[in-house]
Design a protein around this ligand. Structure first.
Ligand SMILES: *Cc1c(COP(=O)(O)O)cnc(C)c1O
Length: 371
């Protein structure tokens, strides 16, 4: 079979949209900066399309307000550069040989966490050294330092920063974080002059909010900027952070629903009284997780309507006492309806997975004003 043409979904055809509230983003950033204080540099993490918020849109909105941006891959960094953003950009992923020309051409800062990567470095590429102090993922062992130093001297390399990453900083006072922190501090001592006048960073949102002693010269925050606690809850100083994102759609159909009728596949919901069935053109293909079926509420016309029946690939149904006009706006997710952390709790997952799961095909645009 020959596939003759490719159809690209136009954004204007998307049946739902995501609003990014720039005033909320600004307010969250301002609060974070008040907490960390003026002596600490700020890196906003915009990997995974800024946790589903649109990395270019967020990067542009933050331009001039923070020190740097952090991304997972060099491709993400190039996308942001090509959109005209000139802030420093750090790529967390291991450096690949094939990507070296992009680091140079787009002035992107690399992270080296193995001897193989270190061999790829040259004075033409700015890089940070990453150490694995207990995360159990990427980075050199602290014990590698004497050997790393030899390579740096031989190749005449100067890292511009030193970093590590925490495994359990989402909750306060964990023994694991204390241990990672002490390993990192010992390493910095051992590095002596090699650790001086470098950007030193360890903390994600959790580290930043729960371990002030782990802020070093820069903090790397993602989830908190977008308005969610990384763990169970925000500490008091950050209680007023709000979700930046709202996911919205419109009613495509509304019809009578009589007592005893069932809704959707597997007939998991039976109406216990007469009412109205409201249909929204969003389903699990858009990132509205099927596991939420019969458990959530969506807001329309100022009221929270219960979601009923199984969520399908492209449609989701709500129950209403009165008819709802087609075309009326519905808030699926957002600070004035249910929030991503509530969904995460229901699904036994973390908020990160919910917001990253809003399909990239869905149009994202900015709004201003009070959420
Ligand atoms: C994702 C990530 C962060 C940000 O984590 P949050 O919990 O979202 O603040 C910081 N540093 C690294 C290396 C990351 O991968």
């Amino acid at each position: 079979m020959v596939v003759s043409s490719t159809t690209i979904t136009k954004k204007s055809e998307s049946t739902s949209f995501v609003e990014i509230n720039l005033d909320t983003l600004d307010a969250n950033l301002k609060r974070i900066k008040e907490v960390t204080g003026p002596g600490v540099k700020t890196m906003a993490v915009v990997k995974a399309n800024a946790y589903g918020h649109d990395s270019v849109l967020i990067a542009r909105a933050l331009s001039g307000k923070i020190t740097a941006l952090g991304v997972a891959t060099v491709e993400e960094a190039v996308t942001i550069r090509k959109a005209g953003v000139i802030m420093p950009l750090l790529v967390f992923a291991p450096v690949r040989k094939s990507a070296l020309s992009d680091y140079k051409a787009f002035n992107i800062v690399a992270v080296a966490g193995s001897f193989e990567e270190l061999q790829l470095m040259s004075p033409a590429v700015s890089f940070h050294l990453e150490f694995d102090t207990g995360m159990g993922r990427l980075g050199f062992e602290p014990a590698d330092w004497p050997e790393i130093k030899k390579v740096l001297e031989k190749k005449k390399l100067r890292p511009s920063g030193i970093m590590t990453h925490f495994a359990t900083a989402d909750e306060p006072s964990t023994a694991k974080t204390a241990d990672q922190l002490s390993r990192f501090n010992s390493l910095l001592d051992e590095m002596g002059s090699w650790s001086q006048s470098k950007v030193i960073h360890a903390s994600n949102s959790g580290g930043m909010m729960h371990y002030p002693e782990a802020r070093f010269s820069m903090v790397r925050f993602g989830i908190s900027l977008y308005g969610y606690a990384p763990g169970k809850q925000f500490p008091d100083a950050l209680k007023d952070l709000k979700p930046v994102l709202s996911w919205k759609s419109t009613v495509v159909a509304c019809k009578r629903l009589r007592k005893g009728e069932t809704i959707s596949y597997d007939a998991t919901y039976t109406a216990d009284k007469d009412g109205w069935l409201v249909v929204i053109p969003v389903g699990y293909a858009d990132g509205l997780r099927r596991g939420l079926s019969n458990r959530i509420y969506m807001k329309t016309g100022g009221e929270m309507l219960k979601q009923v029946g199984n969520i399908t690939m492209d449609y989701t149904m709500l129950w209403s006492e009165k008819p709802v006009p087609t075309g009326q706006q519905v808030t699926i997710l957002g600070p004035d309806a249910m929030t991503a952390d509530q969904w995460a709790e229901m699904l036994g997952t973390i908020t990160y997975e919910i917001i990253c799961g809003i399909h990239p095909k869905i149009d994202r645009h900015t709004v201003t004003g009070r959420a």
